[in-house]
Write a protein that binds this ligand. Sequence first.
Ligand SMILES: [Zn+2]
Length: 231
Amino acid sequence: MHYERFAPSPTGKLHLGHAFSSLLVYNSTKKNNGKFLLRIEDLDFQRCRREFEESIFEDLNWLGIKWDKKPIRQSQRFNLYTDVIKILWKKGVAYKCECTRKDISKAFQNFDKNQSLSPDIYPGTCRTKTINHDNFSVRLNIRKAIELIDKKDLFFFNKSEINTPFKKINISPETLVRDFGDVVIARKDIKTSYHIAVVVDDSAQKISQVTRGYDLFKSTFFHVLLQKLLN
Ligand SMILES: [Zn+2]
């Protein structure tokens, strides 16, 4: 079965980009005899509001989109995300990080300029630290994670235009290390992350095709790694 999802965050009203992508997904499910699933990505309890969730339903109705199955709401699924983070701990690929943004930018200033890390990439300060308090995030040790999987499995199929064929994209381990580094898999405040929630939910909803904006294109690379790690 062909399943696709529309997964907005209720942090405001839907905009034209949402309308475009929801219709794109809806038409694709119709064409493929698939199901259109709705997922409310409301992990960020500081910014998400129920009233915006209501307006998402209204706007989709207005667009003539009907969703199959009951929508799922990420804020009701924290236990599942916690379980998956526990699995990553057991595999030995997780570690605690107590750094603030300030700590991280300071670490960069002390860094040897010859090291070709970009400023967005975590320098690994806490990788070997012992942390005995509760104010920490959890990071994925990306090098260790890559060691656990078969590199041949690191690929996905992509198309950037509607009427072009899918092309196989191979993900090189070097790209993961260079462009992602040790990504946060559980934030200090919500104890999970966008990446973990999406990978868990795409699996639970049996999603076979994902439509996303270019701003999130690169996250696909990391999601494939998590999918392989978690089988
Ligand atoms: Zn740290």
